[in-house]
Design a protein around this ligand. Structure first.
Ligand code: MG
Length: 377
């Protein structure tokens, strides 16, 4: 195995775990984090959560689970080729969406609205809450007790108000520091993965067309190349050839540009990364423009497509019925959730109750949320 670059995250300089534990035996500490994430309940539930298309719409579309696996594939490629910490990158990528509600962004928006008076709901913060508190897997501590750098990567953004409640981990937002390079890679890998798989799913669902997509330079350039090189390709092979070329184009540029940027900054260690004043994992101007153009295209033409909006509207209804139903009558909640509510006392009782209910709803799969809303409604 090639040695890690000096500015990579490493166990020796890590800020470690909140609860001290014996060493991980044959594994590295970040491998151990990845394994804990894979064995978590929240990770398994990603299989039945929406990415863009509601999970039961068809079984050929991406779910949060397959999305997370694709993010991790891209992240690992970039990390390994830059001699950064691949295990840490993989752990962050696999965990980055653990806090997502059912029904994707529509679900999060609805839950955030329901939670307005009780501190709001934010999926990124929720991912951290899942690994820090909600997973019940160990006798000795709550959550998964992950390494600082893994948690740092999971918390991609955070308001200053929330940052003040997060101790050490929140300081970076208050002091405007950057996260480690592995976290920065996971961030980009997420965008590269969804930009491309949403084109794939959008085409297959018939919500996007090749013609329409040719208004995006990244797509059109590959389309012209593939059509000029292979005549008479069937649509399936054409689509796959295009997607893999688009991913490759962006990933190769990301590695090249970031490597040059790191050389320019002359980094000695991960603290230099944190102090760099800007993210060092980045795309060159030309590819960045193409990448953004495609992202904007998808916002306009796919995420706001009337069929997607219709699903989103229904999803919001489901979340609202659940939240109001449980707040009004906690007897419809499972005993375990009710006892969590009963444990939370004091003057912020309503707020604590709402948080337990939000945690419960956020953990649901799409289909369970729908059947629960039918039962309550
Ligand atoms: Mg994601």
């Amino acid at each position: 195995m090639t040695a890690l670059a000096k500015y990579a995250a490493r166990e020796k300089t890590s800020k470690g775990r909140a609860y001290t534990e014996p060493g991980p035996g044959p594994r590295g500490q970040y491998q151990r984090d990845r394994d804990r994430i894979i064995h978590s309940s929240a990770f398994r539930r990603l299989e039945y959560k929406t990415q863009v298309f509601v999970n039961h719409e068809g079984d050929m579309f991406r779910t949060r689970l397959t999305h997370s696996l694709e993010v991790s594939q891209i992240g690992r490629t970039v990390a390994r080729s830059m001699r950064l910490n691949e295990d840490l990158t993989e752990a962050i990528c696999l965990a980055h969406d653990l806090g997502h509600t059912p029904f994707g962004h529509a679900g999060q928006d609805a839950l955030n609205k329901c939670m307005q008076e009780y501190g709001g709901f934010e999926h990124n913060l929720q991912s951290l809450r899942v690994v820090d508190q909600l997973e019940e897997k160990y006798a000795g501590f709550p959550g998964l007790n992950l390494m600082y750098e893994t948690r740092e990567g999971i918390l991609k953004h955070c308001s200053i108000r929330n940052a003040r409640t997060l101790g050490d981990l929140g300081l970076r937002f208050i002091n405007r520091l950057q996260p480690g390079l592995e976290a920065q890679i996971a961030n980009f890998a997420d965008e590269i993965a969804y930009n491309n798989h949403d084109v794939d799913d959008g085409l297959r669902a018939g919500l996007l067309s090749f013609d329409q997509l040719c208004s995006c330079d990244l797509f059109r350039e590959q389309y012209e190349y593939v059509m000029g090189t292979w005549q008479g390709l069937d649509l399936k092979r054409l689509r796959h050839e295009l997607i893999r070329r688009m991913i490759n184009k962006v990933v190769v540029d990301l590695i090249k540009t970031s490597t040059a940027m790191i050389t320019e900054h002359d980094l000695s260690d991960i603290e230099d990364v944190r102090d760099a004043g800007r993210p060092l994992i980045c795309l060159g101007a030309g590819v960045m423009r193409r990448h953004k153009q495609l992202k904007q295209f998808l916002h306009k033409n796919l995420y706001r497509h009337e069929r997607v909006l219709k699903m989103s509207g229904e999803a919001k209804g489901v979340i609202t019925i659940l939240f109001n139903g449980y707040m009004h009558d906690t007897s419809s909640l499972p005993a375990e959730v009710r006892s969590d509510i009963e444990r939370s006392s004091g003057k912020h009782r309503e707020q604590a109750k709402a948080r337990v209910i939000a945690d419960y709803i956020a953990g649901m799969t799409d289909r369970f949320a729908i059947s629960e809303a039918r039962r309550l409604g």
